[in-house]
Design a protein around this ligand. Sequence first.
Ligand code: NAP
Length: 396
Amino acid sequence: MNAGEREAVTVLGATGSVGLNTLDLIARQPDRFRVEAVTANRNALKLAELARSHGARFAAIADPAAYRELKSALAGTGIQAAAGPAALIEAAQRPAARVMAAIVGAAGLAPALAAVERGGMVLLANKECLVCAGQYFMEAAAKANARILPVDSEHSAIFQALAADRLSAVEAVTLTASGGPFRDWPAERLAHARPEEAICHPNWAMGAKISIDSATLMNKGLELIEAHHLFSVPPDRLRVLVHPESIVHGLVAFTDGSVIAQMAPPDMRIPIAYSLSWPERMSAPTPRLDLADLAGLTFEAPDLARFPALRIALAALREGGGAPTVLNAANEVAVAAYLNKRISFPHIAMIVEQVLNGVPSGDMCEPSALEDALALDARAREMADTAIRASLIQAV
Ligand SMILES: NC(=O)c1ccc[n+]([C@@H]2O[C@H](COP(=O)([O-])OP(=O)(O)OC[C@H]3O[C@@H](n4cnc5c(N)ncnc54)[C@H](OP(=O)(O)O)[C@@H]3O)[C@@H](O)[C@H]2O)c1
């Protein structure tokens, strides 16, 4: 990039919570950034509005049925419209210094991989990519000389705390968890937890799927798997600490007894800004931390009995191979069923465990190609669907 030239950024999943925050930050620095491409799933009108207001050159919608709507909403603007899986890949591969991968779920894997394969910087919010095909994804990044910049607040914290230190000097990496909206709920009450209650996260405003994952603590399990791949930390050196205030996001303990933690108010624009400006920092319109103002910072161990999803995810992390792929796919299906009120809150973890137990161990191989990961993902989805249909217990 020449001096004075603006950095091009592509935002995959532009209409979502992370996507909108990213575009908001970009718009505040028009001399520094410009938007190359934006994508969405079905929300054509919102995508068109974002493409117009941010001056994008290309807008891609995953659902081909939404193409007409997108095309007519962009008529006369000069912005190119496209639809379908190939259009998302094209968006990911257009020339851009940074690609924000903020599609939710394993649906984001192929576009994120396409972004990785072109080299350059990939700002990774989509943790499901790494859970579904972590080893393959990181190998593809190394091969293409791509730089993966974590966007998840906990992983951004670990990225900053690790700085230039060698992994051999790291004793433990701890991700904090707010504990979600049901942290204090007894098991009997959890049985009747409604999706509307689960979505009301105490500290963060996020998309529906990650909000449910935060309520079950599956999110923290997915994040442990993500951290394992991002930082090459073995499972036995990864920890979770419940920290309801969400001020300390991650901690790295070193062999000399030192612990480096990153703190910030719970606002996703902070880790997003770091991923947009790394290796520099940019100013962001985010709240400032005033420690004197806080009543206190509290920490506790997670309760794996009330929140079995974290126990199940930990087991999948330790098992490795294809277990995380199956875990992720079954969880996506179970969360969707819970959001549609087809199953109860405790059923999410039960369905995931049932699917994991149902795949023969010989079929749980580490995916060594995108097709392998997607085939195992599809199989686990089918099994989860069957398990849900067979489930007699109806949601509240
Ligand atoms: N939200 C947070 O604070 C946060 C924090 C850390 C990490 N993350 C991670 O970031 C990712 C995005 O989360 P989010 O909360 O921003 O999600 P979200 O608000 O639900 O937005 C999801 C985005 O992905 C698009 N999308 C959904 N399904 C798709 C599909 N099948 N194909 C292509 N695009 C699809 C959506 O388009 P439509 O609008 O058309 O549906 C939307 O643009 C997730 O992996 C999440 O775990 C989020």
